[in-house]
Design a protein around this ligand. Structure first.
Ligand code: SF4
Length: 352
């Protein structure tokens, strides 16, 4: 794990990803292919198009244009005819122009680095990264719809997914995950996980990264990636404290005015208002044990996430932020009107 990183990446995570990929990757005519021309054709076709649609086009293309020379020598009509039905026809025209450029300016030699691939017509950062990593193992992360979806969920990245800073983040995280693996294969594994498991409606029960996925642990999978124009809701983090006295726990009643006015809840603090250490000091609280699971909830304008602590109150409760407090037997907890996130916390702590 990289200390201090907001997006911790571990070798174990990569191993789980690669084990899953080795078992579940789809077989495709270009899988394992290293010949630059074939990888190039497959990546351009795959840009914007489903694998199953691409396969027959790819096979036909290679039998008609088996190399860059034959493609460069063809007429544009021949090229477009072969592309007919695949859509986004500028891809075909760009392939044709690029083939001619390779013949006239590069002596028939295809590029062999990310930067060189970017100089060809029709090759953007996604295709250049895919080709450079697959063909020559260059350590450059692939950012496409699949990797954006998986990584933004894995780390709950609250950032507009159309922004270039978001792309840069995804690329950087992927590049941290290579360890001793071949970057081309790791890139393909991330894309395949997005295509087969972490789909728009994710199949988390089949995911090799479920244990470390933040969106899964907070049940926020469908909030990510954050759609363009949709501002990410601010996330308030805090702590909930569970104090026991015989078979009772302490509940506090919110002031009548304001959000959730008059509801009963477990004593808590929002770190932004009062950090954990300040709150425990001010209220003479000793933390005994924390639960691994957190309690989260989304309101219309913000989200909250509470860590839950079994704690000891060393002096009687006096905090006047709440209008009153009561020690309540466990069997009566459900009689009190409570905010949803506190009901979740009580369930996590096994109180109800
Ligand atoms: Fe995606 Fe679910 Fe896996 Fe998280 S656990 S990466 S949301 S499939």
């Amino acid at each position: 794990m990289k200390d201090g990183s907001l997006y911790p990446v571990t070798e174990t995570m990569t191993r789980h990803l690669m084990d899953w990929f080795n078992q579940h990757q789809r077989s495709m005519p270009w899988r394992g292919e290293k010949e630059p021309y074939k990888v190039w054709i497959s990546e351009i076709m795959l840009n914007q198009t489903q694998v199953t649609t691409v396969i027959p086009y790819y096979n036909r293309w290679l039998s008609r244009f088996p190399n860059v020379q034959t493609l460069a020598a063809a007429t544009e009509d021949e090229v477009l005819k072969l592309w007919e039905g695949l859509g986004y026809y500028s891809r075909a025209r760009h392939l044709h122009q690029a083939a001619q450029q390779i013949m006239t300016k590069r002596n028939g030699m295809l590029p062999n680095s990310y930067q060189e691939w970017l100089t060809l017509p029709g090759v953007g950062p996604y295709a250049a990264a895919a080709m450079a990593s697959i063909i020559s193992g260059e350590a450059v992360g692939v950012v496409d719809g699949n990797t954006k979806r998986v990584l933004s969920r894995l780390y709950e990245i609250d950032e507009d997914s159309s922004r270039s800073s978001f792309h840069t983040k995804i690329k950087a995280i992927i590049e941290e995950t290579y360890f001793n693996e071949n970057p081309g294969w790791v890139n393909q594994a991330w894309m395949e996980l997005g295509a087969l498991v972490c789909q728009t409606r994710p199949h988390c029960h089949n995911c090799p990264l479920q244990d470390v996925c933040q969106a899964y642990s907070h049940n926020t999978m469908t909030d990510y990636p954050v759609k363009p124009g949709k501002k990410a809701l601010p996330l308030l983090k805090g702590a909930i404290f569970i104090f026991h006295e015989d078979d009772k726990i302490l509940l506090v009643k919110r002031q009548d005015k304001g959000l959730l006015g008059g509801l009963w809840e477990l004593p808590n603090t929002i770190y932004e208002e009062q950090p954990l250490a300040d709150f425990t000091l001010a209220n003479d609280i000793l933390i005994e044990q924390s639960f691994i699971e957190t309690a989260s909830h989304q309101y219309s304008h913000f989200k909250v996430r509470f860590e839950i602590y079994e704690s000891i109150l060393r002096t009687p409760w006096w905090n006047d932020f709440w209008q009153k407090s009561e020690w309540v037997t466990l069997s009566r907890l459900n009689d009190y009107p409570r905010p949803k996130v506190h009901i979740k916390a009580m369930k996590i702590a096994g109180l109800i």
